[in-house]
Design a protein around this ligand. Structure first.
Ligand code: ZN
Length: 159
């Protein structure tokens, strides 16, 4: 399942990428490109607005009712629009949704904190925005998020 999130849902877009869902973050105000991209790329539209309504049978629009960004991911899970994957793949840039490339370890030196460089074996870089990631970077984010949403016990199950 692929998504396009409207301008109100930037945090949710990042969290979906963390779970490896292909998610475009659309910052514009005009609703038409949102619908158009949804159709062209088969994306489910996530919106906080109330104005957007499906115009064709293929339009899939999910209206997020939760105000708090920290609870919007939980809303998607509770409504069974997404499920928590047990082992996220950590393959997507959190900032720009691009698939990451693995890079030789020495190329990460100086681009990540020293202790991370010594601790980690595998590094990945976003070909679009050049951010460098490592396995733990996504895992730590996600573990924290899952703790927030479901309490500590669930997060332990996943580790
Ligand atoms: Zn990127």
């Amino acid at each position: 399942m692929k998504f396009i999130a409207d301008r109100m849902l930037g945090k949710l877009a990042k969290e979906l990428r963390m779970l490896d869902y292909d998610t475009i973050y659309y910052r514009g105000e005009d609703a038409y490109p949102l619908i158009k991209l949804g159709r062209e790329e088969g994306r489910v539209i996530l919106t906080r607005g109330t104005r957007l309504a499906p115009q064709r049978s293929e339009d899939r629009i999910v209206r997020i009712t939760e105000d708090k960004p920290s609870l919007q991911l939980r809303e998607l899970i509770q409504r069974k629009i997404i499920s928590l994957i047990e082992e996220p793949l950590f393959s997507r840039c959190l900032e720009c949704n691009t698939l990451l490339n693995e890079i030789p370890r020495e190329e990460a030196e100086g681009k990540v904190p020293d202790f991370i460089f010594y601790q980690q074996r595998e590094f990945f870089r976003c070909p679009q925005c050049s951010r460098v990631y490592w396995q733990g970077s996504h895992q730590d984010h996600m573990r924290k998020k899952i703790e927030e949403l479901f309490g500590k016990s669930r997060a332990c199950d996943l580790s």
